[in-house]
Design a protein around this ligand. Structure first.
Ligand code: UDP
Ligand code: MG
Length: 309
């Protein structure tokens, strides 16, 4: 069986279109049983009602409804935990992940040496100039400073075998960055590419600041290099100040001590305290993540599932 996980947040317009499209693929692959697990991530529109109706009339439709918005990562985790299939796929409901690819992905996975088929989009149509630029730099930086490779343009759309799903479920961290987790667990992944398309209906749930926060989270989650950077800067400044102290002592002994250099002193004080705050900020980021991890809160809370109807 193939389980498909579909996180939905305010997607009343997209769900019927998605359901229609995915059914075409399911019909084409008639030999394989399917289960569709929709995760309602605290939507404020009619998403839940639509899911209830679908689940009532179609046995293969299941749904998990959260008590509030927990974010897409939590939705993916809930879906993975609920999935019963030998193969598990996850895809967006806005048809930016084309369902017809599933057939090809499933056929590829019949190869014993493969555990996962993942997708990346080669273009970024429909993204703003700013977002394109930011994304490009983000991938450059994170791949420099993290040991876990994060593939540029990788989408969450992928089909995995059960073994890999279980490995992912064994990672219980609170701050979840799926792209990193998928990469971290290893296994043999085949990448296929496709042209990015714009979403069929509704609007994107991401704005610049959300994306920025998400990228910072992934950096803190999968790299400790920023901590190293602040340590290196600290050592560098110690060495510089040491040299400066010696220079000043020698200068004073040789030429006396005329009062001068107040502006330069102030500049140095400002500069150094800036660096100090920057470093404390980096440590703070890691501390904050540790704090949230230690609290051990549930990653999502379920309010309703298809068993409740
Ligand atoms: N999504 C979610 N919870 C959120 C935000 C988004 O479950 O808090 C879902 C959304 O319904 C969609 C998928 O995640 O199925 C991707 O969202 P979107 O299409 O807005 O992102 P984009 O494609 O613009 O990156
Ligand atoms: Mg989308």
């Amino acid at each position: 069986m193939i389980s498909i996980i579909i996180p939905c947040y305010n997607e009343e317009e997209s769900i019927p279109l998605f359901y229609e499209e995915i059914n075409k693929t399911i019909k084409e692959m008639k030999k394989v049983p399917f289960e569709l697990i929709f995760v309602n991530d605290g939507s404020k529109d009619r998403t839940l009602e639509i899911l209830r109706e679908l689940a009532k009339k179609d046995k293969k439709v299941r749904y998990i409804s959260f008590s509030r918005n927990f974010g897409k990562e939590a939705g993916i985790l809930a879906g993975l935990e609920a999935a019963k299939g030998d193969y598990v796929a996850m895809m967006d409901v806005d048809l930016q992940d084309p369902p017809y690819l599933l057939k090809e992905m499933y056929e590829s996975l019949q190869d014993k040496d493969l555990d996962c088929v993942a997708t990346r989009s080669v273009s970024r149509n429909g993204y703003s100039f700013f977002r394109k630029l930011f994304t490009k730099w983000y991938y450059k930086i994170i791949n420099k400073i993290s040991k876990t490779p994060i593939v540029d343009g990788a989408r969450d759309f992928r089909l995995m075998k059960r073994k890999m799903v279980d490995a992912i479920l064994s990672m219980r961290e609170y701050n979840r960055f799926s792209k990193g987790i998928f990469s971290w667990v290893g296994f043999n992944t085949k990448w296929i590419t496709f042209e990015n398309t714009e979403r069929v209906a509704g609007t994107t749930k991401w704005n610049f600041w959300k994306l920025f926060a998400y990228s910072m989270e992934s950096i803190v989650g999968f790299s400790t290099t920023p901590l190293l950077i602040s340590s290196v800067i600290g050592v560098l400044f110690c060495i510089i100040s040491f040299i400066m102290i010696i220079v000043i002592i020698v200068k004073t002994l040789m030429f006396g001590d005329p009062v001068a250099g107040w502006p330069s002193a102030i500049c140095i004080i400002f500069f150094v305290s800036g660096i100090q705050l920057f470093s404390i900020g980096i440590i703070g980021q890691y501390l904050a993540k540790t704090y949230l991890e230690v609290k051990n809160r549930p990653i999502y809370i379920v309010r309703e599932t298809e068993d409740d109807i």
